[in-house]
Write a protein that binds this ligand. Structure first.
Ligand code: ADP
Ligand code: MG
Length: 240
């Protein structure tokens, strides 16, 4: 195992140090002749165990920020560390290993594989890790299904579930590998108000129960009051 990841594994106790530290992060996109400044000098620290909401209008930079935190995208400048590991110093293999073992993702459009059952969808990211036996996998999947209350739907396909249930499957998939961090990019944008609140309830419960750090984004002001910490982003700048 690379040294950087070894250090990461050793240092995940809550409150020992910040889980995430972003310093002067900038990211821009070239769109034809125009340069779009998606993030401008973002400074943000997130402690292990926090439940943080990133709120901002469409186009404010939420996805760009979460993609950088999730090691899917890379900042143009600034520094980013997860538990004192400098992410920019990792090569692609180390970054993908970090993503697979430490970070769970939940998306706006659920991103479930339609031809697979609920059980198989949750199993999919676990198959990447050869260190997990079939038995262990089964235990992880069943425990995650129980956490989101969908044990009885394990053999159903996504199209046989409601939107709220599909997003709960996506939560179970994000959690099954016991990540330190879960990133949820507008997970409630395709749900009605009742289901949006249920999804937040489920994530809050899991944050408490499993001590997993959550960062979720929304453009819905009503949802941000549900979390302990909110970060308002406006035109690529942290406003609060
Ligand atoms: P949000 O998730 O808050 O809606 P984004 O992070 O997706 O915001 O986008 C921030 C800004 O960056 C927007 O102006 C958007 O148009 C621009 N942007 C995002 N991704 C790209 C891309 N791949 N190419 C060009 N511009 C992009
Ligand atoms: Mg977005």
């Amino acid at each position: 195992m690379p040294l950087a990841l070894k250090n990461l594994n050793q240092n995940l106790e809550p409150n020992r140090s910040s889980l995430i530290t972003l310093t002067d992060i900038c990211k821009s996109y070239q769109l034809g002749q125009t340069k779009v400044h998606a993030l401008r000098n973002i400074n943000l620290t997130i402690e292990a165990g926090e439940f943080t909401c990133i709120v901002g209008a469409s186009g404010s930079g939420k996805t760009t920020l979460l993609n950088i935190i999730g090691c899917i995208d890379r900042a143009d400048s600034g520094t980013y560390s997860i538990d004192s590991v400098d992410v920019h110093s990792l090569d692609e293999d180390q970054k993908s290993s970090l993503r697979n073992t430490k970070i769970g993702f939940i998306f706006q459009t659920f991103n479930l594989v339609p031809v697979l059952s609920v059980y198989e969808n949750i199993e999919l990211p676990l198959l990447i890790n050869p260190g997990i036996s079939r038995q262990e996998r089964d235990a992880l999947i069943m425990s995650s299904l129980e956490d989101v209350g969908l044990q009885d739907k394990r053999n159903n396909r996504p199209d046989q579930l409601s939107g709220g249930q599909r997003q709960r499957v996506a939560i179970a998939r994000a959690l099954a590998g016991n990540p330190a961090l879960v990133l949820a990019d507008e997970p409630t944008a395709n749900l009605d108000s009742l289901n949006s609140h249920k999804i937040i309830d489920t994530m809050l419960e899991l944050n408490q129960k499993r001590r997993i750090t959550f960062i979720f984004s929304t453009h819905d002001d009503k949802l941000m009051s549900r979390t302990t910490r909110k970060v308002v982003i406006k035109d690529g700048v942290v406003a609060l």
